[in-house]
Write a protein that binds this ligand. Structure first.
Ligand code: AMP
Length: 421
């Protein structure tokens, strides 16, 4: 079967790497990156050019389209492929609102008694300002729409909260995504990402993981798309997974069915483990980036088979096998990210890193230029390693990152420390 994978980040490199292990047909990646080109043919169509993607799929006898990023999912890519008679992995447009519209997600949580932070929703800045000013406690201010993981401000006092609302609603830092804001209570605890395959009915929880959003060591500085991740997350114990399935995942899948927006694909719940139990911080409607890199490094089973089972609604017939060894992914970024940064810096040491055992260097923001691999984005590479322990996986990932260099390369030095402690 031929497969079309849509996207160009580290997540898509990891999916391509995993799919290629069990595919007999041709893998196409649109638009892909130099990393995905090692496992299939990159096709020069943007991830949001849905009509062109569907046309391409028709001409190449694509049996399955896999949509990596949230934007095409929110724009209805899965619906478009399905209408053309092509199976597509991911939620339809209605279900993708769970990520694309945080106000919708809050509505689903509220109506299905799913534990989350208390919140208020505003579409007028003055109302948001008055509410934040009336509060004594710290608040979190979020743009309701898609903002590449950067539309969330965890504020320590009301004045910071008002500045955040102003940035989102008045300065329109995230455009239309900031027409509505959510102001919610700040929760305390450890975070974990729970990713599950969902086929509309059945839920299969993957191995746990944790990402590192802030740019700086010890979680300092502004949030990014994610600076690294590890799997498993030791805070996520068996009883906690059972509780998360019962109190969060099952009511979400049932609630989405009742809402007429049945859920299929990867459901990703960002959870805060508070003293009062797990609370949802956010839902994502696709594999997380960079959590996917360490999670898929640990998946031993056939990913294509699982994705087809999700599309066909027969997930209960599939069993998944995982490598018990932990994995750690260190993201190497361009200097200046998440602010301005330069592109086109030549990357050296990739071949040397690739020779290390149980290490995969996933490409994210890279491009090929005159036979060299150069930087082409904020997050450039996800250097991922398996190890006997999390500490061992961390050492090995950093050893591999140490062999790679480009002008201005930056990476956090404390990825996975939380898990090691
Ligand atoms: P989100 O994209 O909604 O997951 O938010 C990004 C990050 O902001 C999360 O990973 C948390 O670290 C933080 N965050 C979001 N909501 C809250 C909250 N209610 N309380 C504390 N931290 C939060």
């Amino acid at each position: 079967m031929n497969v079309l994978l849509v996207g160009s980040g580290g997540r898509e490199h990891a999916i391509a790497w995993k799919l290629a292990q069990s595919m007999s047909g041709q893998l196409y990646i649109a638009p892909g990156n130099p990393g995905t080109a090692m496992y299939g043919k990159n096709v020069d169509i943007g991830p949001n050019d849905i009509a062109k993607l569907v046309d391409f799929a028709k001409t190449q006898s694509i049996g399955l389209a896999v949509i990596g990023p949230e934007d095409p999912l929110a724009a209805g890519a899965v619906d478009a492929f399905t209408e053309a008679g092509i199976k597509a992995f991911g939620p339809g447009k209605g279900a993708a609102q769970l990520e694309a519209d945080k106000a919708f997600a809050k509505h689903i949580m509220r109506t299905n008694a799913i534990p989350t932070a208390e919140s208020r929703i505003f579409d007028q800045f003055e109302d948001a300002k008055a509410y934040i000013a009336s509060r004594d406690e710290a608040v979190v201010v979020k743009a309701a729409g898609l903002a590449k993981g950067k539309g969330v401000f965890v504020c320590n006092d009301p004045s910071d909260g008002i500045l955040a609302a102003e940035k989102i609603m008045c300065d329109r830092a995230f455009g239309q995504a900031g027409d509505t804001v959510i102001v919610e209570d700040k929760l305390l605890g450890q975070e974990a990402s729970i990713l599950a395959f969902v086929d509309g009915r059945s839920i299969y929880v993957m191995e746990s993981s944790q990402d590192h959003k802030p740019i700086g060591d010890a979680d300092t500085g502004p949030n990014t798309g994610g600076m690294g991740a590890y799997s498993p997350a030791p805070v996520v114990t068996e009883p906690l997974i059972k509780q998360i399935v019962k109190e969060i995942l099952v009511p979400t899948v049932d609630g989405m069915n009742r809402n007429g927006t049945a859920y299929k694909g990867v459901l990703y719940a960002g959870i805060m483990i508070t003293q009062g139990g797990p609370r949802v911080l956010e839902f994502n409607v696709r594999f997380g980036d960079p959590e996917t890199q360490p999670v898929l490094m640990r998946l031993k089973s056939n990913l294509l088979e699982v994705m087809l089972a999700v599309c066909d609604g027969c997930l209960e017939q599939v069993t998944l096998e995982w490598d018990p060894r932990p994995a750690v992914c260190v993201v190497m970024a361009s200097g200046g990210y998440p602010g301005d940064y330069e592109k086109g810096k030549k990357i050296s040491g990739l071949d040397q890193a690739a020779q290390l055992k149980d290490v995969v260097v996933f490409h994210a923001g890279t491009a090929e230029k005159d036979g060299d691999i150069v930087t082409a984005g904020g997050r450039v590479l996800g250097v991922t390693a398996l190890g006997d322990t999390i500490a061992d996986a961390k050492t090995r990932a950093y050893e591999a990152a140490g062999t790679i260099d480009f002008d201005g390369a930056y990476y956090r030095r404390d990825i996975a420390d939380k898990a090691i402690q």
